[in-house]
Write a protein that binds this ligand. Structure first.
Ligand code: 5GP
Ligand code: ZN
Length: 117
């Protein structure tokens, strides 16, 4: 999609530090990491948010979780654990309107994930 930051990253128009890529999925390091390891995993198909998912998109979302586990294994944080976050819509603070899964790892996180403004 035109004017979508992550579609531009997929097309290589904006550089990224790639962690994983296949025909359907791309993972890259977050430019402003919130943890020692902060990776974004996205479908190459433009899906605006979790709320915009269609029935046909369920398979790719399932595959994304498989890729997340593969990355955790390869990067060596699978045993220590990691947090996966999807922000959906304005109340969740979603800034980039292309579905993305945050993987946060390399630190022990608190039990609160809600940070209200
Ligand atoms: P959101 O708040 O939409 O859930 O998360 C968007 C994420 O994208 C943020 O963590 C932000 O740091 C990251 N981000 C924004 N622009 C870029 C960019 O140009 N490159 C990369 N690698 N990450 C970005
Ligand atoms: Zn997009």
């Amino acid at each position: 999609m035109e004017d979508c930051l992550f579609c531009k990253i997929i097309k290589g128009e904006i550089p990224s530090s790639k962690v994983y890529e296949d025909d359907e999925i791309l993972a890259f390091n977050d430019i402003n990491p919130a943890a020692p390891i902060h990776i974004l995993v996205i479908p190459k198909k433009h899906i605006t948010s979790l709320a915009h998912m269609e029935k046909d998109d369920e398979a790719i979302v399932g595959r994304i979780y498989g890729v997340i586990n593969k990355i955790a294994e390869e990067k060596g944080f699978k045993d220590n654990g990691y947090r996966v976050i999807v922000n959906c819509g304005k109340d969740a603070g979603q800034e980039v309107m292309h579905l993305h899964f945050h993987i946060l790892a390399g630190a022990k996180f608190g039990d609160k994930i809600i940070d209200t403004k």
